[in-house]
Design a binder for this molecule. Structure first.
Ligand code: NFA
Length: 102
């Protein structure tokens, strides 16, 4: 291995050790059909919110069109998005959930 290559490896290792992982916002989007109570259940089940927090976020999405329900590293964010989308689909609701880089 060349000197410049070992130096590049050291720098990459330092980056892995010291830098926090990139974070992703999970967004819920409003629609006209998903029941408010179902959205509240989603927020309680997948985002560990209590009734009061879940109601506040649901109403924000309902009135403003979009709302942040959590911020996580990529693997956790993508797992949660999949779980929410699958849970909505199984219950035949069109609720949309997406992630975006912070
Ligand atoms: N707008 C939906 C309704 O009036 C409720 C809703 C809130 C849907 C948040 C999706 C997200 N039943």
């Amino acid at each position: 291995m060349t000197e410049s290559n070992t130096e590049a490896v050291k720098l990459a290792e330092d980056k892995v050790k010291h830098e926090p992982p990139p974070l992703y916002k999970i967004l819920l989007l409003n629609d006209d059909f998903t029941p408010m109570e179902f959205v509240i259940e989603v927020l309680k089940l997948f985002f560990s919110m209590n009734q009061e927090q879940a109601t506040r976020i649901m109403l924000k999405v309902h009135t403003e069109g979009v709302g942040v329900c959590g911020i996580y590293p990529s693997d956790i964010a993508s797992t949660k998005v999949k779980q929410v989308v699958e849970f909505a689909r199984k219950n035949q609701h069109p609720l949309r959930c997406v992630m975006e880089e912070n």
